[in-house]
Each structure stands twice: as structure tokens, then as C-alpha cells.
Write a protein that binds this ligand. Structure first.
Ligand code: 13P
Ligand code: 13P
Ligand code: MG
Ligand code: MG
Ligand code: MG
Length: 374
């Protein structure tokens, strides 16, 4: 069995929240090389999307392994150190705890992990996003694994025809449920259509009995109790032979669907599929970006990556994202560009409520006009 772990954190932005400084990436690459030499990792690769660094690692310790998580934590501490030295923005932004204890759960860095028996050919896609939240994967996962208009294999591949099981987390109540799709598809959509709260954590093939997809599922604001940037999630999807073909797993991103995030984590904006070199959200800290790194895994080695959205066939989605961004931006501080009050990441509402409380009166009574306005 091999484990694929993608562990990510924002340890400082260059400039503002737009990118990772090359010195941080170089440091992470040095650490990965060291971990390969020491035998901790079978293989590893470092990539960034926006201001988040992802460590893409293969090893034999299984998901949530203390050794792997503490290695990632230490690496993010090292990049934070450099970020502080360079005065990068939000140095150590996603490291919410002072000390490492066991694994990264609830500590800030996000992780998607899966353990599986490597097939003779093992194509995987690692998706990295910036300026959005984990629920942003709900729509593409639904399309990949449950929508025959997206995934032809659901109809014509015998090993996919029985469908997939979706594990969904309720981030507000700390509980989970598994939906058997397609039978329970409509039940599931009632929940995952609300991606701020219900998030697909993983998908399994019913026929193969193995894991097919995994996402990073925590919400930073629920851990910290305040706004500390968006979660900027990652996702792993295994492909082919009873799982979606590579092209079926990429197809949902040909549509620049709307996600929560962008400026101050508080706006709806279209997600733009881009090659790694364009994963630097700058206009209104957006539009949110997604990159897809393709690997063939062989004996645990990460053969790749291929930069999967470096394809003119995604130009249409990029154009659409720009148009939708223009359209939404013209709403300024109004919904549906700005998030609804309950989903706003930070807000002046509390102090406003205090300041204006004595001025609100029931509609049925006479208006109390403030002295200054009389
Ligand atoms: P190739 O013939 O190029 O291998 O394509 C096979 C296929 O099924 C693509 O979806
Ligand atoms: P990040 O989560 O990518 O740091 O974004 C934070 C933000 O507020 C951007 O406007
Ligand atoms: Mg940031
Ligand atoms: Mg980010
Ligand atoms: Mg963030």
C-alpha cells in the first residue's frame, strides 16, 4: 500500500496574498529532498497555487501519520521563518497553533490524503486552489462521479456503472454521513449544494471498493474562531480503469462556476482553471484559481507533473471567468457578489449592531429621528 499526501499552508504571501516567494518554494524543495534521502518519503514534489505551498508526497505511513504531518509542520515553520525575514504578507498565516501535537488536525494546514494498492498504471490528479474554501470541490466531484453528462464512463464503463459512495462532512456540527450514489443522489445534492457547510470529504468506488478522491476539509475560521484567510483547499482524484478518465476529471473545470472566497474571503467569484504560471490571483485578490497537476505513480514514484490546465481548450473557461468577474464586481458591496451576512468571513456587523441598537424601532411605532437629523 502507498499513501499519497497533499499537505498545504499559506506561510506568507508575495506580494500581498498573490503568490509564494521563490525562496520559500526552494526551502520546501530542500526539505523534501532531505526527507527522500532519509527514507521518510518515497517521493515528493513542491508546487504552489496563489500564496499557498503544497507538499505532494508519497510514503508508506498511511493517512494522518505523525511522522509525515510533523515533517510538513516543520517545513512550514522553516518557510515561515524566511517569510518573516522577507517581511512577506501574513507570514505563518495558516499555522494556528504554537506547538505540534500528533497530527495536523485543527492546526491550520490543510491536507488531502489517500492510501491505496498501486495499480500497474496509476494516473492521479492533484488539484490545488487559492482564494476559496473546501466546499468548492463539491460541484466538480458531483460532476466527475455522479453526472453522466460529464462522465461518460458512468454509463458505458461496466466498472463505474454501479456508482460511487460520497462521504460528506457537516462542518458546523462535526458529523459525517455516507451517500450511496446514484440511489441517494438527490438526497446528497440537498446538502452539498450548500458548500459553506456540507463538504465532500472523499469518494469511493462501489465496484472496486477503493478510494477514488480525497479533499482537504477543514475550515480555518471554525478552528481559529476568527477570519484567518480562506482555506484554499486541495484535492486528489485517481483516474482511469473503473474511475473517471483524466479528461472526465478535468471536464467540470471547463465551466467557471461560482465559489466563495476572492477578496477578504467574503465574495462570490468564478473559479479560473490555470497553468501553474498563471496561478497568481491579483484582481480583487481573484478570481479564485485552480491548478491540476497530473502524475503517474510507479512504485511510489511521482512521475510528473504535467500541468493539466496548460491547454488552450480551457481558454473558454478563463474567458468566462473574466466576464463573470466583471459582472459580479459591478455589484460592489451587494449580494450576490458579497457573501450573505452569515457567511461573511469578517464584518463590521457586531460593532454596527451595538452602535445602532437604540435607533432601531418597531415598524408600527413612530420613527425616532435622531436629534441631529430633526
Ligand atoms: P487513446 O486511444 O488515445 O489511448 O484514448 C483512449 C481513451 O479512452 C481516451 O478517453
Ligand atoms: P488567502 O487565504 O489566500 O491568504 O486570502 C486571504 C484574503 O483575505 C484575500 O483577500
Ligand atoms: Mg494569504
Ligand atoms: Mg491562499
Ligand atoms: Mg488561505
Amino acid at each position: 500500500m502507498i499513501t499519497l499526501s497533499v499537505i498545504k499552508a499559506d506561510t506568507g504571501g508575495f506580494v500581498g496574498h498573490s503568490a509564494v516567494h521563490p525562496r520559500l518554494t526552494a526551502e520546501a524543495r530542500r526539505e523534501i529532498e532531505r526527507a527522500k534521502s532519509s527514507g521518510l518519503l518515497v517521493d515528493g514534489h513542491v508546487e504552489s497555487c496563489g500564496d499557498d505551498i503544497s507538499l505532494i508526497m508519497t510514503h508508506t505511513y498511511g493517512p494522518e501519520a505523525g511522522l509525515i504531518h510533523s515533517f510538513a509542520w516543520d517545513t512550514f515553520q522553516a518557510t515561515t521563518h524566511i517569510a518573516k525575514d522577507l517581511g512577506l504578507y501574513g507570514a505563518g498565516q495558516d499555522l494556528l497553533s504554537d506547538a505540534f501535537s500528533g497530527n495536523l488536525r485543527g492546526m491550520g494546514p490543510g491536507y488531502a490524503e489517500m492510501e491505496f494498492e498501486e495499480r500497474p498504471s496509476e494516473p492521479v490528479l492533484c488539484f490545488l486552489a487559492d482564494k476559496t474554501e473546501p466546499g468548492a470541490w463539491n460541484l466538480p466531484l458531483y460532476k466527475m462521479f455522479a453526472d453522466p453528462s460529464n462522465t461518460a464512463g458512468l454509463v458505458i464503463d461496466e466498472k463505474m456503472h454501479a456508482g460511487f459512495a460520497f462521504e460528506v462532512y457537516d462542518l458546523c456540527e462535526d458529523r459525517r454521513i455516507v451517500f450511496d450514489c446514484p440511489a441517494e443522489l438527490y438526497d446528497m445534492l440537498m446538502y452539498i449544494g450548500a458548500p459553506a457547510r456540507y463538504v465532500v470529504h472523499g469518494v469511493r468506488s462501489k465496484t472496486l471498493g477503493t478510494t477514488a478522491a480525497a479533499t482537504s476539509t477543514q475550515r480555518l475560521s471554525l478552528i481559529a474562531g476568527r477570519y484567518v484567510g480562506k482555506d484554499d483547499p486541495v484535492m486528489i482524484v485517481r483516474c482511469q480503469s473503473g474511475l473517471p478518465a483524466v479528461g472526465e476529471a478535468l471536464e467540470p473545470f471547463a465551466f467557471a462556476y461560482s465559489v466563495a472566497g476572492c477578496m477578504r474571503g467574503s465574495h462570490h467569484a468564478p473559479i479560473m482553471p490555470v497553468p501553474v504560471g498563471q496561478a497568481h490571483p491579483s484582481r480583487f485578490d481573484g478570481p479564485p484559481r485552480v491548478v491540476a497537476l497530473g502524475f503517474q505513480i510507479k512504485d511510489g514514484r511521482l512521475v510528473g507533473p504535467r500541468d493539466m490546465f496548460d491547454d488552450p481548450a480551457f481558454d473558454g473557461a478563463r474567458r468566462q471567468a473574466t466576464e463573470v468577474m466583471d459582472y459580479l464586481r459591478r455589484h460592489g458591496p451587494f449580494e450576490p457578489h458579497r457573501l450573505p451576512l452569515e457567511d461573511l468571513e469578517y464584518t463590521t456587523m457586531a460593532s454596527l449592531t451595538r452602535r445602532l441598537s437604540h435607533r432601531w424601532t418597531p415598524i408600527t411605532t413612530e420613527v425616532a429621528t435622531p436629534a441631529g437629523l430633526r
